[in-house]
Design a protein around this ligand. Structure first.
Ligand code: SAM
Length: 329
């Protein structure tokens, strides 16, 4: 079992397999995209697999594949297939924008993928275009249908943004009436790759809940699962549930069980940190598994207390505003 220097169990890895994306969500990256990494800078699937196998041996029980958009990386199902065979891995899941996902759902189900996070900030095709700068709403909805048809648990991730999609909060909640989905509202974070357009948080978790409660006064609090990043609720009679993720307010750091690996192999102990170890470079410099393990253990014994400390450290060091596409959401 992996325990960090604050006594927190680490058992969850989020692996970003690419920085590239087929959407241009304004809160995540600039309209013209980012200066993409060269392919040689990306971890290869072999490097990812070796890192994951070692981490699973050390105590990681759950791996989520993310990006960028995982399905824009060639042959992503090969990686998924190999990961699904790792001894000791209890859960393999994925976060996707759903644009290219539908044709792969049956194969994902067959590999044992039980849950998928689908990003969907609005149920209106025009607003979808305004937010993502791409006309792909219909494809995302097809993916949602496919996931439900294959009995895969769906968590819909919706970032709440003043002036962009607050009129979608109630329709998204209403989606839980007839569909067994968990709709999770996420506070917007300052990760759009340029740092200029984030004008402070207007929709924090309290405000989001107030808006929902005004329409559904009978909303009930559910018991949050261990390590949950969301406050969870249910509306009596609804099949699905609602979650609110205080991603900016960072109320959940005290039980943080997750680590991240970026597409270029940078290990992150926190979403808000600047990377604490480059696994790809260690591998390419010929590190043995024992050396990799020692370096990883050292990194896990120096985790910051919370996302505020991580953000302060990163900004002091780099002054750089990052894009979520290079972190992995
Ligand atoms: N392309 C995949 C997708 O769209 O789900 C995976 C990567 S995406 C970066 C992962 C998640 O991060 C998405 O749900 C997205 O909405 C969220 N995200 C990106 N930028 C964000 C921001 N500035 N604040 C809050 N959430 C953000």
């Amino acid at each position: 079992m992996l325990i960090d220097n604050h006594g927190r169990k680490i058992n969850y890895l989020r692996l970003a397999v690419t920085d590239r994306c087929n959407l241009r969500c304004f809160y995540c990256m600039p309209e013209e995209g980012l200066s993409w990494l060269n392919r040689t800078e990306l971890m290869t699937y072999e490097e990812m697999l070796r890192s994951c196998a070692l981490l699973v041996k050390m105590g990681i029980e759950k791996i989520r594949i993310t990006g960028g958009e995982p399905f824009v990386r060639k042959d992503i199902m090969q990686l998924l297939t190999a990961l699904s065979k790792l001894d000791g891995l209890k859960e393999l899941s994925m976060t996707t924008n759903g644009v290219l996902t539908a044709p792969y759902v049956a194969e994902m189900k067959a590999l044992g993928v039980k849950s998928v996070n689908l990003s969907l900030d609005t149920l209106d095709a025009n607003r979808f275009f305004t937010i993502t700068r791409r006309d792909e709403f219909a494809n995302v909805m097809t993916t949602l249908d496919e996931l439900l048809k294959h009995d895969i648990d769906v968590k819909i991730n919706a970032v709440v943004m003043e002036g962009k999609n607050t009129e979608d909060i109630i329709p998204l909640v209403e989606l839980t009436k007839d569909l067994p989905v968990s709709v999770r509202f996420i506070e917007e974070m300052p990760f759009n790759g340029d740092g200029h357009t984030y004008s402070g948080l207007q929709w924090d978790y309290v405000h989001i809940l107030e808006k929902i409660r005004a329409q559904f006064p009978n909303i009930e609090k559910l018991t949050d699962p261990a390590y949950s990043t969301s406050y969870n609720y249910n509306i009596p009679g609804h099949q699905g549930s609602i979650g609110i993720i205080a991603a900016y307010s960072r109320t959940f750091c005290g039980t943080c069980n997750r680590i991240r690996i970026t597409p270029q192999g940078e290990l992150k102990n926190c979403l808000y940190d600047d990377g604490v170890l480059n696994i790809r470079d260690l591998i390419r410099n010929g590190a043995s598994d024992e050396e990799l393990e020692q370096n990883l253990l050292n990194a896990f014994s120096h985790r910051v207390k919370d996302g505020w400390e991580a953000e302060r450290n990163r900004f002091e060091k780099t002054g750089v505003h990052e894009s979520m596409a290079t972190i992995g959401g």
